[in-house]
Design a protein. Structure first.
Length: 561
């Protein structure tokens, strides 16, 4: 079967076959002003993925051109995220700040060639002079300054003689251009701010559009892969490189990842963190890679999700159920199984010896026979889920009720004989009997039962706290609010529920921090990698067992072909 190629693959293969490029070099250029999210994960998979596919190289390069918003914490988190996803870069990590001297020299070249000038207009005035999509811009009154004066002022800007916002360096292009980005854009602004790498060596910093193309050129990038919002910036990217007569990479745009019930704006994510709506950037409800890692998502599932989305030119919004399906599909193959009771109800098996503890055998993963089996303690007193018992059960209730027989997973058939209630009428205990001939979950006389329950030994189980995470927002497009509103009004007040009295079988002690397992009949859960208690284990729910793939298959076909 012939592989279906997307438009970027076709461009790369044409360039290789024509001899235009012998080696492919891409780059992933994050700004260190926040943590990476699932949208960045798609870009990482595309840039590093194509480099891998064509035996090329992908540079990890930090676009550290705005020291007022950048922190070393963000740099470290980004490195960890890219590596966790399974990708490696060249000999070293690169930074825009590596090229500040070279960028400045190129800026002087533009000034000397009459292609850039020093402008004294304020940021607000520059915006006003810019015009609109339907109205041409106006030239700055400083646009025709003599070249020598522009060069002198630019060098004095670099020397720190002027205050923030008092002057900028602008390209001299065309104030009537239909593309607003070409209307004499700003190249450098004054910012007396210490940089996390260069310290106080600089007080002028390049704008992204100026830095972007030069970074790509210096590094010999062959294919500069960007999301669609940079399409209108491509003419400026090309103009700068053409004016300087330097190596000129090709910029190619693809559709960014949008995900329903999620915000992808770093500004909004920062608001969630600083407003204490979440516990931090790695809160398991956050769409950050670190949050998904803490929740128990695997690198393989995120990469598979990105692969399923494909590479397209058309903007789209993916259903979060697609991501959950990828996570569930991966975990089903490899996650170890355990029994955990989230909301315990005590049962006493009256005909089982009081001081006896028996071991039954459980399968660690039915999808992976090599995972082996484990021993589970069975005793007179057990816990089952409260929801697995009903006193007045409807006809199609196949779990436990008075006089009804059910199977305990891996153990025995039991029958409920009596109910114990407290003074408030709440059920606190069930009295049951078991059939000792049904060990392993089958009856020698061939009788069948429809219900199978998970359980744990009351005496031999371990206490745990379970954190049930739901979607952080209640609306599909939480960023969209009416005038005067704020996106935080769409936060789901029930996005986190904490269960403190839960119990789990003792074999779970082999699970490592950050490892995701399945609680049978409950879902996939991750042993929290951050929080720890000596009194109990802390598990985060990664994703439920319910697979909605069939329900959303039509939506998949419509969105992604």
């Amino acid at each position: 079967m012939t592989e279906s190629k997307n438009f970027i693959q076709q461009i790369i293969e044409d360039d290789l076959s024509s001899g235009k490029h012998k080696n492919i070099i891409t780059r992933f250029p994050p700004e260190p002003n926040g943590y990476l999210h699932i949208g960045h994960a798609k870009s990482i998979c595309i840039n590093f993925g194509f480099a891998e596919k064509y035996n090329g190289q992908c540079n990890l390069r930090f676009d550290d051109t705005n020291p007022s918003k950048e922190e070393e914490e963000y740099v470290s988190s980004i490195i960890e995220d890219v590596r966790w996803l399974g990708f490696e870069w060249g000999d070293k990590i690169l930074y825009a700040s590596d090229y500040f001297d070279e960028m400045y020299t190129h800026a002087e070249t533009l000034v000397k060639n009459g292609k850039a000038f020093i402008c004294d207009l304020s940021a607000e005035e520059i915006n006003q002079f810019r015009g609109t999509l339907t109205k041409s811009g106006r030239e700055s009154p400083f646009r025709n300054r003599p070249t020598d004066e522009n060069l002198d002022l630019f060098r004095r800007m670099k020397a720190g003689e002027f205050s923030n916002g008092s002057k900028v360096l602008r390209a001299k292009i065309d104030m009537n251009n239909s593309n607003l980005n070409m209307r004499d854009p700003v190249l450098y602004r004054i910012l007396h701010e210490s940089h996390h790498r260069t310290g106080d060596a600089w007080c002028i910093y390049p704008m992204y559009d100026w830095a972007h193309g030069l970074e790509d050129s210096i590094e010999g990038i062959t294919h500069s892969l960007c999301t669609l919002e940079f399409e209108d910036h491509r003419p400026l990217y090309d103009w700068f490189l053409e004016q300087l007569n330097v190596y000129h990479p090709r910029q190619i745009e693809f559709a960014r990842l949008n995900l329903n019930f999620t915000v992808m704006s770093k500004r909004m994510l920062l608001e969630l963190v600083e407003g204490n709506y979440v516990s931090g950037w790695n809160d398991p409800r956050m769409p950050t890679i670190s949050g998904m890692r803490r929740r128990g998502y695997s690198p393989a599932s995120i990469r598979k999700f990105a692969e399923n989305l494909g590479v397209a030119k058309r903007e789209m919004t993916a259903d979060i159920a697609l991501l959950e399906h990828s996570v569930r599909e991966d975990l089903n193959k490899r996650a170890l199984r355990f029994m955990g009771v989230l909301d315990p109800l005590k049962i006493v098996i009256e005909n089982f010896p009081e001081d006896k503890v028996e071991e039954v055998e459980g399968i660690n993963n039915p999808e992976d026979p090599s995972a082996g089996k484990r021993k589970i303690p069975f005793s007179r007193e057990l816990f089952i889920e409260k929801s697995d018992f009903m006193e007045d059960a409807p006809k199609k209730f196949f779990r436990l009720t008075l006089g009804k027989e059910v199977r305990l997973r891996y153990a025995y058939f039991i029958t409920c004989k009596d109910i114990i209630k407290n003074e408030n009428g709440e059920i606190v205990e069930l009295r049951c009997t078991y059939d000792p001939e049904t060990k392993g979950g089958s009856a020698p006389d061939g009788r069948k039962v429809k219900g199978t329950l998970h359980w744990v030994s009351a005496e031999n189980s371990l206490p745990m706290e379970v954190r049930l995470y739901d979607r952080l927002f209640t609306t599909e497009n939480p960023a969209k609010v009416e005038e005067g509103g704020h996106f935080t009004q769409n936060i789901n007040p029930n996005s986190l529920s904490v269960l403190k009295g839960s119990r789990v079988e003792p074999a779970v002690q082999t699970v490592k921090k950050g490892e995701t397992i399945q609680f049978e009949r409950q879902g996939y859960f991750c042993l929290d990698s951050e929080d720890f208690s000596e009194q109990y284990l802390i598990f985060n729910r990664t994703v439920s067992l319910r697979d909605t793939w069939k329900k959303i298959q039509k939506k998949v076909d419509n969105n992604f072909g």
